[in-house]
Write a protein that binds this ligand. Structure first.
Ligand SMILES: Nc1nc2c(ncn2[C@@H]2O[C@@H]3COP(=O)(O)O[C@H]4[C@@H](O)[C@H](n5cnc6c(=O)[nH]c(N)nc65)O[C@@H]4COP(=O)(O)O[C@H]3[C@H]2O)c(=O)[nH]1
Length: 950
């Protein structure tokens, strides 16, 4: 355990003082005891001497007194007086005996009456006692005083006074006791006093020692603490240097030393600060490569804590710089290597290292690493940039502030058809054409703009090597020197040729039809607007021809879309050829074309144009080696007679085109007010139908279908009827197309199906036999994806079997989408429904075409049946249809049978069934119920009119 000065010196010093004090006290007490003893001894002796002297004095006095007093009595032998005197004397204290001797030495009197031995001689001669002399003799217990009794000069005898020493002895003992008591008391008083003095001395000495020690220890301790701080590198020494002694001198010297050290010495903290604030990573290791010191920068760089790095191996951190390498090379300068970060990620560094020597011995290795990640990245970016510069497809030109080329890349050189070397020191502006509006010094202006704003961009054209112009998007950026002044300009040229081409293609796509190359609907409308504005200004007429190819759909379906497209292109070419250059021909979509015939004087002019157009359809179109015939229906509307705006003109021409189609195709038709009336009616019907569906104004009529052999009804066709509140009875031929156009056909068709099945179910419940009910399905209704499901639902809810229902579809419906319709028909057929092809003959299908559809029944259109009795062609046609249908396994229904001749002829052709006014007109449900309930008789009579002869 570390002992401080206080413990080391103050405590022993205190102990020493205590010991010395104790020794002094003990010695003092011993001496005191001795002194006391000798004092009491000498006091006792002195007292004894004094007492003896006093006794002797008394003895002398008394003996002298007796000797004087008894002179007469002895002379006279007056014994009585002698006795009396002696008794008086012996009565005195300490007087044991008073004896009177004669000169012979014989005792005359012993002071007592009758004293035996009176005559006992004195034991020693008294004769030598001279006058005035006394003789004292101390015996063991007594003091004898002999005094001569003289009468004048004559000795009469002697007095012997025997004094007892007992009294003296008792007095001496008592005195001695008293002296001892006094001595003892004094001794103890002295002990206490001495002890107290010792304690006081010790206290004073201890305090003194403490004070001295503290006076010495504190500054020394201060100095020690300061020395300790100095040891740690803190040279700011704060010690009490005011003392005017050696410690003060030491403190001042120490302070001076601290100041000197602060100025001259590199402290550890100083070094730590330097190392800690170093930007570069520092590592110190043993010669063997064990890391002993790292700085903060290294920890940050490697992402490791100092404690983890200390003790690790240099090779773990810098695998490319093993200690042996540094030891052998002695020094490494700026070695580009890498350090391993915590996750094992290599960090590129520039490493310098050296070996530390001390007294000629290798003490360790020092490595300093500079993170060169950014530099590496910059180098990489530079490499990349130069690679981009060299290989990019954009032209890059570096020009100075005068527009002189300093550097170009391959792309630009290639663009202008020179080598990069040939372009050096050329003026950039020489290669630009029409730059920024054909200014005189375009590059000068660009540079000016770059100086002002730092960048310029815009479209320019560069003259290619072959003299053509290449549209370019030029971006010019400032390259500034360190002072911020423009030193060069970097020009990047993005070739817009492809973009412009693409734009042109897009524009072409946006305005031209890809198949025919004709303007499309958008461009047509645009041109029409222009033409109308012009016609309006000039006050002349113009016409719009709306042209629709007849039966184009069948071409597509039968010959394929590619052929269809080629036919369209061929028609477009024919149209363009037949029209003036100033007339616009456009393809509006599908098989629809439109023509603007500008500046016409009268309607007949347009008729001529239309006739010319019709002529091209009189010849076949050459399509990949095939001769294809097609015809067109044309509708014509005239500005300002039929409409004053483009939309109205086109719509009216479209309407007229439909009229042309209705009138037998392959013709043209002018728009008329009648057509307008029909358009208005269309609107009225649409509005009325919506209301009719809500108000349940529709009804079904039923017309029987009769077996031509048995003349028995085999079923009946449901035909929708609508009584308009204002228009009265509206035939389905008028409102069904409107319903199709405006999308109401779905709701109407569903109502018809539901109502027909409900009625059939009702008849069945009433016991009325109706074998099968036929329902017309329109085109849009047929292609409704929900159709099959809806039919199934309706059948299920009405309890009608699918085989009890026949669906009548027109040819046109089926050929609209042959693929799609085949799928739908197959599903319906698989359900068990009968499919009948309605209005057969009015469409365009060949009989062979029917093989593709799962059809069971063919309904020959009334237009063929009408004239079979009058027209041999029609008769032959119907007969042929019947024969071929039978060959295909189909049954045939003849529609519109009105007379017996027709019945006979049809029966003769082998036609299976007939339907027409001859048998029955369409009847309301109630009428039909009545007819059916009236029994077979009526029925037979009604439906077997020829048998009945009516
Ligand atoms: N001149 C003459 N006509 C006869 C004779 N026998 C029957 N007709 C008429 O011929 C049409 C036969 O129907 P459709 O060919 O399917 O032709 C139908 C059919 O395509 C369509 N149609 C009728 N009802 C519906 C329906 O509920 N839904 C759909 N989608 N179309 C229907 O409207 C067309 C016309 O129907 P309607 O006016 O009812 O005309 C019916 C019928 O009244 C006759 O001997 N002489």
């Amino acid at each position: 355990m570390r002992g401080g000065l206080f413990r080391r010196y103050a405590i022993p010093f205190l102990a020493l003082i205590a010991g010395v004090a104790a020794a002094i006290t003990t010695a003092h007490l011993l001496l005191l005891g001795q002194a006391m003893h000798s004092a009491s001894q000498s006091s006792a002796e002195a007292l004894e001497k004094a007492l003896y002297a006093q006794l002797e004095q008394r003895g002398r006095l008394l003996a002298g007194f007796l000797a004087d007093d008894l002179v007469n009595s002895v002379y006279n032998y007056d014994m009585a007086t002698i006795q009396e005197t002696l008794v008086t004397v012996t009565g005195q204290p300490d007087v044991a005996h008073a004896l009177i001797y004669d000169t012979d030495g014989q005792m005359l009197h012993d002071g007592r009456q009758g004293i035996p031995g009176f005559s006992r001689p004195v034991d020693s001669p008294l004769d030598d006692l001279r006058a005035g002399e006394m003789r004292l003799r101390r015996l063991a217990e007594t003091l004898e005083v002999d005094a001569p009794i003289l009468l004048g000069e004559r000795p009469l005898g002697a007095v012997r006074l025997v004094l007892s020493l007992e009294g003296i002895r008792a007095g001496i003992d008592a005195s001695r006791s008293r002296i001892d008591a006094v001595a003892d008391a004094s001794f103890y008083r002295d002990i206490v006093a001495t002890a107290l003095i010792s304690l006081v001395l010790m206290a004073v000495g201890g305090g003194l020692a403490l004070w001295v020690t503290r006076r010495l220890v504190r500054p020394i301790r201060q100095l020690a603490q300061s020395a300790d701080r100095v040891g740690k590198g803190d040279y700011n020494i704060e010690v009490d240097s005011r003392r005017d002694d050696e410690l003060g001198d030491l403190a001042r010297s120490f302070q001076a030393m601290g100041r000197n050290l602060a100025h001259t010495t590199i402290s550890k903290q100083y070094l730590d600060n330097i190392i800690g604030s170093m930007e570069n990573a520092l590592l110190v290791s043993t010669p063997e490569g064990r890391v002993t010191l790292v700085n903060r920068a290294l920890c940050v760089l490697l992402g490791q804590a100092e404690k983890d790095l200390i003790g690790s191996q240099v090779t773990d951190l810098a695998p490319e710089v093993p200690p042996q390498r540094l030891l052998s090379e002695g020094i490494i300068n700026g070695l580009e290597t890498w350090l391993t970060s915590r996750g094992g990620r290599p960090i590129p560094v520039s490493l310098s290292g050296s070996v530390m020597h001390e007294n000629g011995t290798v003490r360790g290795l020092v490595l300093v690493a500079q993170d060169i990640t950014e530099r590496k990245q910059a180098e990489e970016q530079l490499r990349l940039a130069s690679s981009v510069f060299a290989n990019t497809s954009e032209g890059i030109v570096i020009i100075d502030e005068r527009g002189v080329i300093r550097m170009v890349n391959g792309a630009f050189a290639q663009l202008v058809g020179r080598s990069p070397a040939q372009l050096n020191d050329k003026v950039f502006g020489e290669f630009l054409v029409d730059a920024i509006g054909g200014r005189e010094d375009p590059v000068g202006e660009i540079v000016e703009a770059v100086v002002r704003k730092g960048q310029w961009e815009g479209e320019i054209s560069v003259q290619r090597g072959d003299g053509t112009r290449a549209p370019q998007w030029l971006t010019v950026s400032a390259v500034r020197d360190d002072a911020g002044a423009l030193s060069q300009c970097a020009c990047i040229l993005l070739d817009l040729t492809e973009l412009r081409d693409a734009e042109e293609r897009v524009r072409h796509l946006a305005y031209f039809d890809t198949i025919t190359g004709l303007p499309n609907r958008t461009l047509f409308q645009d041109r029409l607007e222009h033409a109308l504005a012009h016609a309006n200004r000039e006050g002349h007429r113009l016409a719009v021809l709306f042209l629709d190819l007849d039966r184009f759909k069948s071409v597509n379906d039968t010959l394929g879309h590619a052929m269809g497209d080629q036919l369209l292109a061929a028609v477009a070419r024919g149209l363009s050829r037949s029209l003036r250059a100033e007339d616009t021909v456009a393809r509006l979509g599908g098989d629809e074309f439109a023509v603007i015939v500008d500046n016409i004087a009268q309607a007949e002019d347009v008729a001529q144009v239309a006739a010319k157009v019709m002529e091209i359809f009189g010849r076949p179109f050459q399509v990949t080696g095939h001769d294809l015939f097609t015809s067109a229906s044309i509708g014509i509307s005239v500005y300002p007679d039929d409409a004053r705006d483009g939309e109205g003109l086109l719509r009216n021409a479209d309407t007229a085109m439909y009229r042309a189609k209705e009138r037998g195709r392959n013709s043209y038709q002018f728009f008329t007010s009648d057509m307008n009336a029909r358009a208005l009616e269309h609107m009225a019907l649409e509005h009325g139908m919506r209301r009719a569906l809500e108000r349940d104004e529709f009804r079904l009529a039923y017309q029987p279908i009769v077996d031509l052999e048995t003349r028995e009804p085999v079923g009946m066709e449901a035909l929708v009827r609508w009584t308009h509140p204002q228009l009265g009875e509206v035939p389905p031929g008028r409102f069904i197309p409107v319903a199709e156009d405006c999308g109401l056909i779905g709701r109407l068709g569903e109502w018809v199906l539901t109502e027909a099945c409900r009625q059939l179910s009702a008849w069945r419940r009433e016991g009325i036999t109706v074998q099968r009910l036929a329902v017309n399905i329109s085109s849009r209704q047929f292609y409704d994806p929900q159709l099959v499901d809806r039919i199934q639902d309706i059948l299920a809810s009405s309890g009608i079997a699918p085989t009890d229902l026949s669906l009548e579809l027109t040819e046109r419906t089926l050929i609209d989408d042959v693929e799609g319709s085949t799928g739908i028909l197959t599903r319906l057929h698989e359900l068990g429904l009968e499919i009948a092809l309605d209005d057969f003959g009015t469409g365009y299908s060949a009989l062979g075409f029917l093989k593709r559809f799962p059809i069971q029944l063919l309904k020959v259109d009334a237009s063929f049946v009408n004239d079979i009795a009058l027209d041999d062609d029609d008769a032959a046609l119907v007969e042929g249809i019947v024969t071929l249908a039978h060959n295909l396994g189909l049954k045939v229904v003849a529609e519109g049978v009105e007379n017996l001749d027709q019945v006979h002829l049809l029966a003769g052709y082998g036609c299976d069934y007939a339907q027409g006014y001859f048998f029955a007109r369409p009847l309301s449900a109630q009428q039909m119920t009545d007819v059916l309930l009236q029994g077979q008789g009526l029925s037979a009579r009604k439906f077997n009119r020829d048998r009945a002869g009516t």
